[in-house]
Design a binder for this molecule. Sequence first.
Ligand code: ISL
Length: 542
Amino acid sequence: MNEKYKSSTIYQIYPRSFCDTDGDGVGDIRGIISKLDYLRDLGVDVIWLSPVYKSPNDDNGYDISDYRDIQPEFGTMADFDELLSEAKSRGISIIMDLVINHTSDEHEWFRRALAGEEKYKNYYVIKKGKNGKLPNNWGNFFADCPWEPFGDPKNEEYYLHLFSKKQPDLNWYNPEVYREICDIMRFWLDKGVAGFRCDVINIIHKKSFADGKKRLALTGKEHYISTEGTHRILSSLRRDVMSNYDAFTVGETVMVDVDMARDLCDVSRGELDMVFAFEHMECDQVGIKWFKTKFKPQRLMKILTKWQTGLDWNTCYFENHDQPRSVTRFTEGGKFREIGAKMLLGLLFSLRGTTYVYEGQEIGMTNGAFDSLDEIVDIESHNVDKMAKTLGIFNPLRWKMIKATSRDNARTPMQWNAEEGAGFTSGKPWLKIHPNYKEVNVERDLKNPDGVISFFKKINSYKKSSETLKNGSFAEIHAGKYVYAFARELDGERLIAVCNFSTKNSKLPEGVFGEIVISNYNECDNASALRPYEYRLYKEVK
Ligand code: ISL
């Protein structure tokens, strides 16, 4: 991978929620174009664009019905081409979301399969039921049954869908599928995109369809997580497609441990360039993500250290379109919102790896303010509610679970200013805007020299200019109940990052010293106490 991508700051845009220019309440490509100067000023090098392809929107674009066309609500291919060239002229590259575990059931391939064309039937995973029963006992990511009758029920055939029933899984045993996907990748790379974020890429190849070991969630996963077949496909994609372009891949790899992640992005194996792992996103859950427990900072620290020391190159992220907002999740918020958001950014940029931020993180946007399930759009949340209901869980508890974890928490429209519609739309927004937009918005934050954006720019440009922060080694110094400290070292230069996850002062741990080069407090003081949510970056003075 070209080194420039490794040290890029990558900003994820969820197009539906970013900026709407035609008043239909849904963000669009022209909206993104209008914010390119803003992104350049933040110091963004690469945009990861969540899907903008044609889609019936069962899963907000992660169900693609045409990989070579643009969703009309987002604009046209001409808009996309303009976005690409306008971004390029500002030094910004774009990576696309590549969703190839499944298509939409409205994709032409699936329609032709349903119409009886054998060729296309073989593009999907279609299995016979067993004596009136489903083909196997597997579970589904969206709390549904993963098998749906295919065509005439008399045939007792079912298609596999690990996500919604409008997202049939592709059959990666079929070389035609491989060829089609290669062509799609080349289509976008030839346009000039800088690569792909590969959706649930480590589950595409299923090594068997036998019953799985019974589990609370995702029974059957041992048959498809990071299989040898997936490894083979990934190295072929590198050989046949990626190696011909100046581009990179970042895989969304679910349920991986450090060893699996290492194999999936090992340079000598030539598969993915980097991976998103999830263990740190699970630090506040018991078993499954819907069972949240009180956030214990030390658990997060231990997991971060494990990955920083276990994997040579990490992706560093605290947010994306599937996760609750980090400032709500990892800090007390309220009066600590801004300082907490800055501390989390300080920590994020101090880690070794490529930094990924999600729209709104740069102003410390919070979880959505939803009052009931009626305000939630996300299919996963609705399915989970249904399933929890059938299990006899009462509504107050169901709603508590969904409110804390729903993916819509991160999907509320971007808050640009204090006007009605938050500067996101002049129409009716597709998802409820957080009522705190009057205080939490880009325009207001930009006016504040101590705002979150100003800190974002500071730490981002420091990282870009510091070889030590970019490429230095990582060593934990302290991981206490509230305070985390670690060193980054390169060619004799030593930087030490320290942060306090408490609403109270905490003692500066031993081994943390030097000259403070960045802090999230206005007045840096070198006192032995860290203030609430304080972050400091020290440079050792020789
Ligand atoms: O939300 C999750 C982790 O907290 C996951 O279970 C998530 O659904 C999983 O990581 C897969 O996510 C990706 O593929 C889905 C899509 O709905 C998500 O938005 C996408 O990020 C299916 O394409």
